[in-house]
Design a protein around this ligand. Structure first.
Ligand SMILES: [Zn+2]
Length: 141
């Protein structure tokens, strides 16, 4: 059973809009209830790294590369995988592009996983290589 929300005496259910980390669009609502010191919930929060529906659909179109850093950014965002912090940059590329950009030893695992987390500087480099766009390649920054 999920824990029930404790109503805030001042702010009731204390709603906040949730924002997709990847595209920044508002994609839902979080009912924060009573927060410490009975604070008002912020207008928008990023609830996690799960992509919104729109981003999910977009990622199905190809192979998703996610830019990561090994040091935690100053905003204190949580790691997406052990010791890896997403920058918010990502790109969807075609299998053809994977074959062209990556060495044979890593291609298969990238294709099998339908994506990879890669250092931000390499993603930036790849993003610059996929303009002008090939069909199925898009970069988000
Ligand atoms: Zn999104």
């Amino acid at each position: 059973m999920p824990k029930s929300i404790k109503m805030s005496p001042k702010h009731g259910l204390n709603p906040a809009m949730t924002k997709c980390f990847w595209c920044g669009k508002e994609d839902g609502i979080a009912l924060m209830g009573r927060l410490p010191h009975d604070e008002k919930a912020p207008d928008t929060i990023i609830a996690g790294y799960a992509p919104c529906k729109e981003c999910q659909e977009h990622r199905k179109e190809g192979i998703t590369l996610i830019g990561v850093l090994t040091e935690q950014p100053a905003d204190g965002r949580p790691a997406i995988a052990e010791g890896l912090y997403p920058t918010g940059s990502w790109a969807v590329i075609s299998e053809h592009a994977v074959n062209r950009l990556f060495t044979p030893d890593v291609r298969k695992s990238i294709l099998d996983a339908k994506g990879a987390m890669i250092p931000e500087n390499i993603l930036k480099n790849i993003s610059s290589h996929i303009t002008p766009k090939e069909e199925g390649d898009t970069a988000h920054e």
